[in-house]
Write a protein that binds this ligand. Structure first.
Ligand code: NAI
Length: 317
């Protein structure tokens, strides 16, 4: 217990903390000395309805165990109100866990604007609004920790979840840029793709699998990432059921063609192998060195087959 990570005096805001993963985070951080803002608007997993019950139940669990917690019932779309609750109750905010989420699963063929828009509002606008409201506090105190919540659906695609996939991969780009802008101020941002038993997964996985995927088993990673001792930032993690792994990009060898009139689709097809050659990959943390590639491309001889692009509207293959 001497090595226990603690969060005394810090304020941790957890969105969607009325159940599932959010509840597990809230209980943990309160048990380790933090003041916790338990946000939840209390609706269904499809984003219908609302109420104070879900957040209140978790606050009661925390306070009856001797911890410190305050409820907030706003939608994450009103992130400023959630951060305001933290400032009013505790005078500061140190950690933001953007966790609230809903599903509107439907095949793309049948997707309605409402299904798309609601998912964007809760996941994308919600994460933005909460982080935006916390940001000035983080900068001023030169300290902040953000966790955003992506999903395997966003990283790899998932049948019936175009809306959710788009919103979840958005968390990755959002996190990468927050990490860059926050670096100077000791603000760290990381993104997790969790897997855990909750009402969200209750209908898509069998009980014997769900038993092995407790939300509590996502907590240790989040605890480590938001601790003041952590240097980790801008990273993507898969986490669930005891498995934790970082994910990163991989770049193929690539192919380089001279960019002139000899750069035809046929010339590209001839050198296609390199485009998808992952035999000696690199692991980029930024875009390809465009200026260098440009220079190299111009040292190349004209492409073969040197059939020029026709400008009559048809491209020569
Ligand atoms: P959950 O449904 O148990 O928890 C989500 C909570 O967010 C609910 O209590 C809900 O009331 C709340 N919420 C929904 N919309 C809100 C809004 N506009 N404002 C405030 N609160 C709102 O689901 P779970 O599984 O705990 O999900 C937590 C996060 O993890 C979500 O972002 C979800 O997309 C993500 N996730 C979960 C996976 C899993 O295996 N459980 C897999 C991949 C991602």
């Amino acid at each position: 217990a001497g090595e226990q990570l603690r969060y005394d005096g810090q304020t941790v805001v957890v969105t969607g903390a009325g159940g599932g993963l959010g509840r597990a985070y809230a209980l943990f951080f309160a048990s380790r000395g933090a003041n916790v803002v338990v946000n939840d608007l209390g609706g269904s997993f499809k984003g219908e309805g609302g109420g104070s019950k879900a957040a209140d139940a978790v606050v009661n669990e925390i306070t009856s165990a001797g911890g410190k917690a305050t409820a907030n019932y706003d939608s994450v779309e009103n992130g400023d109100k959630i951060i305001e609750t933290a400032i009013k109750a505790y005078g500061r905010v140190d950690v933001l866990i953007n966790n609230a989420g809903i599903l509107r699963d439907i095949s793309f063929k049948n997707m309605k604007d409402q299904d798309w828009d609601l998912i964007m509002k809760v996941h994308v606008v919600g994460a933005y609004k909460c982080a935006r409201a916390a940001w000035p506090h983080f900068r001023k105190q030169k300290y902040g920790r953000v966790i955003n919540t992506a999903s395997a659906a966003g990283l790899f695609g998932s049948f019936g979840q175009t809306n959710y996939s788009a919103a979840k991969l958005a968390q990755v780009g959002f996190t990468e840029t927050l990490a860059k802008e926050g670096a100077k101020y000791n603000i760290h941002a990381n993104v997790i793709a969790p897997i855990a038993a909750s009402r969200m997964t209750a209908t898509v996985m069998p009980p014997e699998v769900l038993d092995k995927l407790k939300p509590e088993w996502v907590v240790p990673l989040v605890a480590v990432l938001v601790h003041k001792s952590s240097e980790e930032t801008g990273s993507i993690f898969e986490v669930g059921g005891g498995h934790i792994a970082k994910l990163r990009w991989q770049r193929a060898k690539g192919t380089l063609l001279r960019a002139d009139d000899s750069f035809t689709p046929a010339a590209l097809l001839k050198k296609w192998d390199g485009v998808a050659d992952f035999s000696e990959p690199s692991y980029p943390t930024g875009p390809a060195n465009f200026m260098e590639l440009l220079e190299d491309a111009h040292k190349l001889p004209p492409n073969d087959p040197a059939e020029p692009i026709r400008y009559d509207g048809k491209v020569a293959l």
